[in-house]
Ligand binder design. Structure first.
Ligand code: E4P
Length: 272
């Protein structure tokens, strides 16, 4: 499974790449806002174009997803082409991120434009990462439209399932891949019992029909969820740097380090 870093913080991205296990970057408007605010707070005068260029250079040779902020097909296509024209020459690694359905709850004016935008951009040779996928059927349509990456939002499905069932939880709390029951009844969202289940169903559809698209498990919040996404065959997982670090932690690893360190014979260290 490829591991992407889910961040727009160039320092974090640099650290992740220095470990040699990061295969790509995903950004979104919220991550970019957070990264910009962090730098502006330190008094830095930020040139956003130059800043994004640095991210692309750090990630050279691996995909970087940049999300559109428009909502209609024509405007998304125009913005995606502009972002691609400005940034892809830097390191040839730009993927544009298009919402599968850039609609708002109480509006019907912009419904269903995502698929058309994906199809047109794909046809123009621009690789697309389809974002905000919450059902396997959204993934199916995005794959048919030619998207390279399908991003099911595992953590946000778990939030929704817990929220609707009145459970109290923290963002990073584990939610079982097999789902939960409340008062003896299984909690589900139209047949999806957890974020990892959503990822698994998307992977199955891609595999059954041999789509070229890769399933990019997004919105992952803790190491156990990453493990489960890997076990159901997610092609990629995008992770906040904190989750990548948490994947390396275990109290027995620390204890082992202490025990081995206490047993070091000086002669061993003196070997030259
Ligand atoms: C990545 O592509 C997504 O934008 C991101 O993983 C969302 O994560 P969140 O639900 O933790 O905000």
């Amino acid at each position: 499974m490829k591991i992407f870093i889910d961040s727009a913080d160039v320092d974090e991205i640099q650290q992740g790449y220095a470990w040699g296990v990061v295969d790509g970057v995903t950004t979104n408007p919220s991550l970019l806002k957070k990264a910009v605010e962090k730098r502006v707070k330190t008094g830095e005068r930020l040139d956003l174009k130059e800043y994004i260029t640095r991210i692309l250079e750090v990630a050279k040779g691996t995909p970087v997803s940049l999300e559109v902020t428009e909502f209609t097909a024509d405007k998304m296509i125009e913005q995606a082409k502009r972002l691609y024209a400005v940034f892809n020459p830097v390191a040839s690694n730009v993927y544009v991120k298009i919402p599968v359905n850039p609609a708002f709850k109480n509006s019907d004016t912009t419904h269903f434009d995502g698929i058309r935008a994906i199809r047109e951009l794909t046809g123009a040779g621009i690789p697309v990462n389809t974002t905000l996928i919450f059902t396997p059927e959204q993934a199916l349509l995005a794959a048919k439209a030619g998207a390279k990456f399908l991003s099911p939002f595992a953590g946000r499905i778990d939030d929704d399932l817990r929220g609707r069932s009145g459970m109290k939880f923290d963002k990073s709390d584990y939610y079982p891949a097999s789902g939960m029951t409340v008062d003896g009844r299984a909690v589900d969202d139209n047949g999806v019992v957890s974020g990892v289940d959503l990822v698994e169903q998307c992977v199955e559809i891609v595999n059954i029909y041999g789509f070229e698209a890769e399933v990019l498990a997004a919105s992952l919040r803790n190491p156990r969820q990453v493990r489960e996404a890997a076990l159901v065959g997610a092609h990629i997982a995008t992770l906040p740097f904190g989750v990548i670090k948490d994947m390396l932690k275990h109290h027995k690893t620390y204890e082992g380090m202490e025990l081995f360190t206490a047993d070091i014979v000086p002669e061993y260290e003196e070997i030259r």
